[in-house]
Design a binder for this molecule. Structure first.
Ligand SMILES: [Fe+2]
Length: 348
């Protein structure tokens, strides 16, 4: 532990003793990694010195490590994506599902889930309109696994969740492309055709392959909703498997934050608001809460476009207001809780 003058504080240094304000209230808790926003706050309050852990690596080393992590993560993602294309194309041509490939992709995804934390925001900022089903399958595998980890499921359960995510829409390979990509409103008959993908997926996996029962149950139920408004069976609450409830949140999030052939993607912060609004009655309350509490941290450090046309960087996300972070625009810090400005898009 060492005492550092406020002017020498750097992002990434870890606070070794609570930083208190004049009134004795805790401003920054021990163990917190400092960021630019916090350092400016310390200076603004005329706090002269802060105790930090002395073994912290300099910020530059940490930045280099972050860049290496992002590169490794995106290399792994691209490899898993190529394998997912092969997996679904082979299945589409009527051949048997390649379980070796399912296992290999899942191993890569498991590594990503357990070894990387806050760099997924970069991944999900990529444009997804080309080959949507492939990217969506992989993204839902990653997101579902992460939610499972956040919920405290065992590694074996998380692995089965990853399988479920990867294969959740496999039944769509049997639905005509013209219906899947139709711009505008679907007719009742077309919607009925799309609904069949849950059952098609269930049958594909149940009849041909040695896959755990909770995987094909999750696939059959991933469009069921808590209040019975989902499909194909209109199941309610406790009738729905926990894997299917997790898939539902991951599916909604990835589908809405992706470009589709017929519409532009929505901002992750807008989608988070939608999930919050649906977290009573439509989506599982606890799973939505855990997801929203954690997902926001993905986006610290990301560049964002704001609704007033400015571009900024997400500096800090308050646990109580995960959809309204503090954004740095040029030299100004903008707290979106108090401004009539929203995040329109994640840029990088
Ligand atoms: Fe689906």
């Amino acid at each position: 532990m060492k005492l550092v003058s406020a002017k020498d504080l750097m992002s990434g240094m870890k606070v070794a003793k609570d930083v208190e304000n004049d009134a004795g209230g805790i401003l920054i808790k021990e163990g917190t990694s400092l960021n630019k926003y916090m350092i400016d706050k310390i200076k603004a309050l005329f706090i002269d010195y802060v105790y930090v852990h002395s073994d912290e690596k300099p910020a530059k080393t940490q930045e280099k490590k972050l860049r290496e992590d992002i590169k490794k993560f995106s290399d792994q993602y691209n490899l898993a994506f190529e394998m997912t294309v092969k997996l679904l194309d082979t299945q589409k041509k009527g051949k048997i599902l390649d379980m070796d490939l399912v296992r290999s992709i899942s191993t890569i995804v498991m590594e990503q889930i357990y070894q990387t934390n806050n760099i997924l925001g970069r991944l999900f900022s990529q444009d997804n309109d080309h080959m949507y089903l492939y990217k969506h399958s992989l993204n839902v595998a990653i997101l579902s696994g992460i939610i499972g980890k956040w919920l405290g499921l065992t590694k074996n359960e998380v692995r089965r969740l990853v399988y479920s995510g990867l294969l959740h829409d496999i039944g769509k390979l049997q639905v005509p492309q013209s219906i899947l990509n139709k711009p505008g409103k679907l007719t009742d008959e077309e919607f009925f055709e799309i609904q069949k993908h849950c059952l098609f997926g269930y049958q594909t996996l149940k009849s041909k392959h040695n896959i755990s029962g909770d995987v094909f149950t999750a696939i059959a139920q991933h469009h069921e909703r808590e209040d019975g408004s989902g499909y194909p069976k209109g199941l309610m609450g406790s009738q729905i498997h926990i894997f299917a409830k997790i898939l539902a949140v991951a599916d909604v999030y990835d589908a809405m934050t992706s470009n589709k052939v017929y519409r532009r993607k929505f901002s992750p912060f807008f989608v988070a608001e939608q999930i919050a609004q649906n977290s009573y009655g439509i989506l599982d309350t606890k799973i939505s809460r855990v997801f929203l509490d954690n997902i926001a941290t993905f986006y610290v450090g990301n560049k964002v476009a704001l609704s007033d046309g400015m571009v900024g960087e997400i500096i800090y996300i308050k646990p109580s207001e995960p959809t309204k972070p503090v954004v740095k625009v040029e030299d100004q810090y903008i707290d979106l809780t108090f401004e009539n400005v929203t995040i329109e898009d994640i840029l990088a």
